[in-house]
Design a protein around this ligand. Sequence first.
Ligand code: NAD
Length: 370
Amino acid sequence: MTEKLLLLPGDGIGVEIMAEVEKLIVHLNKTGKTDFSFESRLVGGAAYDAEGAPVSDETMEVAMDADAVIFGAVGGAQWENIGYENRPEAGLLRLRKDMKLFANLRPAICYPALADASSLKLELVEGLDILIVRELTGGVYFGEPKTITELGTTENGENQKRAIDTQVYETYEIDRICRVAFDMARTRGKLVHSADKRNVMKSGVLWDEVAHEVAADFPDVKFEHILADNCAMQLVRNPKQFDVIVTDNLFGDILSDAAAMLTGSLGMLPSASLGAPDPVTGKRKALYEPVHGSAPDIAGKGIANPIAMIASFAMALRYSFNMVELADQIEGAIAKTLDAGLRSGDIMQAGCTAVSTSEMGDAIIARLEG
Ligand code: NAD
């Protein structure tokens, strides 16, 4: 069956790195490994200039109908002073909101050739492959009340205010994110750690209760509870003990950044955002994108690192299309390309060969087969 992809390159280097994914899709289709149909549309500043909105209604329709959306990056100085609802980022936010993408997946993979560029010791990160599953639409970032109130002036003339954020989670929100984590673990190392603060937070108590209930439905996956603060510590002490970590929006924001940076450059980091499975087809809405932005400082020069973008596409193969072997092959080809000493500017090391965006893309495709 032909699978439908929507490619949204966006702005700046988004366009250059998406060209490498397009090349890869054409190659995979030609060699009979996949049967993707794909369509490319505008998003971000480019869409605002040409279509009057950072994501048009027509593009939204195509996105809702696609089996996966592959997103580049948006933004640039020329769109900084337009209204909030027309800013390039608003296009990405609408996609996330309308597609109801509640699960954010951030892998931290350390390619052997780059292990000595990490701030941790080589033996701690070499071969690292962990996945943080962060709840993306609930918790303290969205909970009500969310206020700052004036309390008046104290006796010694100080103006006092009170700020309130509210951490709220309901059973269904915890249940569905935990199910994503366990589903993912089944395609990987079959181990899930659930990180919360059940020792001091009621939301943590419920989180842990629901996580245990979900774990019972996945007897083939090992389940461990961990306090979020200990998780942060363990990530820098011994990150290879983890496979999948599932956690809430706030802890996930922090833990995923910490985990990702164990592996070095921004140009290497992929991500995925997933929605709920369709009740009829069982397929999840999904958007795959590099963690980095549109890098206006290097845009148009053909020197951007396409690896985060290509690795995001590999995540689509793994998580939207269950093409686990092919995803492994692409990640393997990235590793071999790095082993061969090819480097874009952001990951350049002494004794290595500098390559352009398209040379890096070609080199990865060339290493796919062998
Ligand atoms: P950025 O991630 O675009 O760039 C930060 C630094 O990393 C720059 O020096 C850049 O050259 C470098 N870099 C990033 N990706 C690279 C790659 N693939 N290869 C080589 N070098 C790379 O962040 P920024 O400079 O803070 O933001 C630039 C624009 O991107 C802004 O408009 C911002 O709003 C937007 N942004 C968009 C997204 C997104 O689309 N999801 C995310 C972050 C920032």
